[in-house]
Write a protein that binds this ligand. Structure first.
Ligand SMILES: [Cu+2]
Length: 147
């Protein structure tokens, strides 16, 4: 009996895991991600992620967070001009209107990656939306100096 119980638990855990995966696959139909690039920071400075995020659904979608198992924290940032100086500012959320795209690019919107641990050659990032939809992508890792 004591041996069977953990097995049953594992079975139910894997069942719920499977549900999450299929939901994520279905949700992936609402979005497309193109030209995703991750530039790790030099030494322990934060890195940045750029990509084009398209909302290919008929409803507005709001990005509320991003995470990666290879980073301590990922924030949504934009740039503002203040007194003639370009400054980064953290956003709590980023809405992509129905059937439009946003471009995360240098000097504009970006994801800021803190505490990147380059333990593997690839990094996957999961975006979480207000609707509980999520999409995972793997940006190309490009170091500074490279183009
Ligand atoms: Cu930033």
């Amino acid at each position: 009996m004591y041996r069977i119980l953990p097995l049953i638990l594992v079975f139910f855990l894997s069942l719920s895991g499977a549900t999450i995966v299929s939901k994520a696959n279905a949700d992936a139909n609402s979005f497309s991600i193109e030209d995703a690039v991750f530039r790790p920071g030099i030494s322990d400075r934060p890195g940045v992620v750029f990509f084009k995020l398209s909302n290919i659904s008929d409803k507005d979608k709001t990005l509320i967070s991003a995470q990666s198992t290879s980073a301590k924290k990922i924030e949504i940032h934009t740039h503002d001009m203040k007194n003639g100086v370009m400054r980064m500012r953290r956003l709590d959320a980023l809405t992509i209107d129905a059937n439009t795209s946003v471009h995360l690019k240098p000097h504009g919107l970006h994801l800021m990656v803190f505490g990147y641990t380059a333990s593997e050659d690839e990094m996957s990032i999961t975006l979480h939306f207000e609707t509980e939809e999520q999409i995972t992508f793997t940006p190309e890792i490009v170091s500074y100096g490279a183009k």
